[in-house]
Design a protein around this ligand. Structure first.
Ligand code: GLN
Length: 355
């Protein structure tokens, strides 16, 4: 994997809530500074309207499960949600149909292949494998309850708005631009249909899928949407339950398996949290039980994941002790060698170790 530029940040391991407000604010400021030093990557242009994005814009927000938000930069700058919508549509469909049905039809295993891979589908007898890649997401969207495309779109728009805690609207320019150029997704939908894995009409499904990808959000919205999953399905800002605890858990698990496509394993080893990227430059990182980070920075790596977003997430994960796989030896446990009990600090209590 390319250098995430956090090798000098000591891994901080913690459980329970995020550190104090001033600590989170301080770490967020330094994570932003670090991300802004990076100019690598390229703005997506395979959807023509996305190529117009200003590559320098960077916004980031953290929303805690107690509803408190920390935000910096252009956190109110709106962009199309793109693939990050897959997480929330998957959660809503699981809530409506039951987890088992969706699990059987779609699956939850990693594909190890790019987001728009047709190969992944062919190699697995038409089984999409994971709802975070296009084939699985399109198959999921085809299962959205409703008697027409319009009803299914209404279900998605109001469901994602409940996650965000405000009414989300469509970016018509992005929607039209993608609708004119998404032959590949149309092909995937037809292939799914040929394998009997798509419900209903393939063109109508791709239209609804393209709309869901074109919903406008900002970094703050993403953080609230993610914090809803981190809070067992209850939006911590509105206090309203959007999905059940089991569904929230399952959505985070599938993010962990394929949220950053063929880079998902490397992401999980370094950041150690469920994450989901979108080609417009959005990135969502969720710390279960604690909160979520939403960011926007349109320059992407080769897999289509925001470069600055990944750097900021890696920094926050380390400095705030968010990595789910990180632990530090408990010096109070029986059997701790004397040499270790005498050391003044094993590093566990540092909340901001960047200085
Ligand atoms: N709408 C985009 C597509 O289907 C979403 C891809 C992405 O964000 N990775 O191609």
């Amino acid at each position: 994997m390319w250098d995430l530029d956090v090798s000098d940040i000591r891994q901080y391991a913690a459980t329970g809530r995020l550190p104090a407000v001033s600590v989170v604010d301080g770490v967020l400021g330094r994570a932003c500074e670090r991300a802004l030093q990076h100019h690598e990557g390229k703005v997506a242009d395979y959807i023509p309207a996305l190529a117009d994005a200003d590559p320098e814009v960077f916004g980031i927000a953290i929303t805690e499960t107690n509803g408190r938000t920390h935000q910096l930069g252009s956190y109110g700058h709106v962009f199309s949600i793109q693939s990050i919508s897959k997480v929330f549509v998957y959660a809503l469909v699981c809530e409506a149909l039951g987890h088992e049905e969706v699990l059987t039809a779609i699956g939850v295993n990693a594909t190890g292949l790019p987001f728009n891979s047709v190969m992944a589908l062919e190699l697995n007898g038409g089984h999409p494998l994971n709802p975070m890649v296009n084939a699985g997401a399109i198959a999921t969207t085809s299962r959205v309850p409703g008697n027409s495309g319009a009803e299914r779109w209404e279900f998605i728009q109001s469901g994602l708005s409940a996650f965000a805690g405000r009414p989300l609207t469509l970016d018509d320019g992005v929607y039209r631009s993608e609708a004119l150029t998404n032959q590949r997704n149309q092909g995937i939908a037809r292939l799914l249909s040929g394998y009997g894995c798509l419900k209903g009409d393939s063109d109508e499904t791709v239209d609804v899928y393209t709309r869901q990808c074109s919903l406008l959000v900002d970094a703050h919205d993403l953080s609230v949407m993610g914090a809803t999953l981190a809070d067992g399905g209850v939006n911590p800002v509105t206090g309203k339950r959007v999905v059940g605890e089991q569904v929230a858990r399952d959505a985070l698990a599938v993010m962990a398996t394929a949220g950053l496509y063929e880079r998902s394993g490397e992401w999980l080893v370094e950041i150690g949290l469920p994450g989901k990227s979108g080609v417009a430059g959005g990135l969502l990182t969720v710390a279960p039980g604690k909160g979520a980070v939403g960011s926007y920075a349109p320059r992407l790596d080769e897999a289509g994941n925001s470069v600055r977003g990944q750097i900021a997430a890696a920094y926050l994960s380390r400095a705030l002790g968010l990595n789910l796989f990180a632990s530090a030896h408990d010096a109070s446990s029986p059997g701790t060698p004397a040499s270790e009990t005498t050391s003044s600090d094993s590093g566990k209590k540092d909340t901001d170790n960047d200085e």
